[in-house]
Design a protein around this ligand. Sequence first.
Ligand code: ASP
Length: 568
Amino acid sequence: MGWVHRRRDLGGLIFIDLRDRYGMTQVVVNPAQAEAFEKAERIRSEFVLAVTGTVRVRPGETRNSNINTGDVEVAVTEIRLLNPAKVSPVQVSDYQNVEEGLRLQHRYVDLRRPSMTQNIILRHKITKAVRDYMDGQNFLEVETPTLVSSTPEGARDYLVPSRVHPGSVYALPQSPQIFKQLLMVSGMDRYFQIARCYRDEDLRADRQPEFTQIDMEMSFCGQDDVLGVVEGMLAHVFRTVMDVEIETPFLRMPYHEAAELYGSDKPDLRYDMRFHNVEEFLSDTEFKVFKSALENGQSIRAMVLPGQALTSRKIQTELDETAKGHGLGGLFFVGRNEDGSLKSSILKHVGEEKLLALLTAVKAQDNDLVLISAGEKKLLQAGLGKLRVDLAKKYDLADKNKFSLHWVVDFPLFAYNEETGAIEPEHHPFTSPHPDDVEYLDSDPLKARAAAYDLVLNGNEAASGSVRIFQRELQEKVLGCIGLTLEDARAKFGFLLDAFEYGAPPHAGIALGLDRLVAICAGQDSIREVIAFPKNASAYCPMTHAPVVPSQEQLDILHLKVEHPASE
Ligand code: ASP
């Protein structure tokens, strides 16, 4: 039984490729089987059939070694048409790139496409490998509630109004964070969950309002234990599902180093292009840009773009514009002419000797192009970091077959929000300060590092976690740093603060984004390709039309009244 993938009429015989989740089988209908033949003449793609017949080896020249059922076929004696099918805008057998809205609207057909079916199967296998590994490591899978009071992870909450408590709402969890910590207080010791999380964040191309985490927490543990479990789990997943050996332990890079060398807290290390401080080669030039930058305490950094020494002026101008779009003052280039001689707009000002020394210092090969920029250190790093990502994309520098995994550790505990002037947790407010930095909570909170870590996979933030606070006093202090009065803190998180006083063990944990992990393993750019029924980029489901306008009756039951914004 299955779906008609394709029907071909050939020299009196009708061939049907019958498809199901497991693959494709060739079915042959001979006119001698009159009843079956007559039915076969009328079927079209995506009709649902049951066929009866004899499995036989295909004649030699018609064997197809490209598919695993290519040596056999079914000679049909009977066909039952279980259900006809309309022609869908999403063609399974002859897929043309259709607009994503249509794919999502007809997702049930879209998922029949073998590549999509494979993505869903891969997701299952990865999830199962995770469960197997965690079970083997003595972790308990525990479900935590999804109708909760707010669990803050820095996004807005999705709210669910209560019927029985008029005027009150539940929040959908942004993560199981608080509950998994409470499970540690309960003595559960090692918890994990494949957990759905909900975050109402500003729309971005590849963001989903609900997504899935591999969430875990461990007691009597610190950072090393958590990183070790994740490394072991991923090695197991890659080995069993992808047949890929990844090297463990992963590199650990302090946050400040990631910023200094790559201008990012999630640098893709499949390509180098690190930043080099080249101030010593440019410090005594009269060239105004460098001179005034250094006089004003700014920085100068260089980055090596492999293989592009001969780029045309036109392309250099384009790169310069991209750089300016990222807030950089502009770029200077050191490349080569066809004859190998130096080509650079700063050659005159800096001189050949210094430039050659600079090229050696940044380890540029003869065919590399060196990009130099000056500016205020943080802006320079951030701008070059974005440019680095753009260049890698433009010149295809990342090896698509490679999985590059490393940790970024020692994040700052807090971040300063330029817009609101508020101090916010860089991770979440339950993250412990770095043991050496607790004193800064009183003197200069923004200086404190966190005992927090991120996992970076091919330039994506694949996981985020931290050692937790487990003492009431310290938790109250950190909540104070982010502007909560003691009263607010107790009103919001009193249950957690109380729990800390009933024997809370030291604990730590992490959560990995399952959707992105699967997408990367599947070689897909978008996480929507590995989610069975995703929302589109504006958090809307073209199939079910969610979110929908509630009926008056539903509103009444929930004691709700809707006021539409004036613009609508
Ligand atoms: N709850 C955190 C998050 O969702 C992960 C963790 O700290 O374990 O990012």
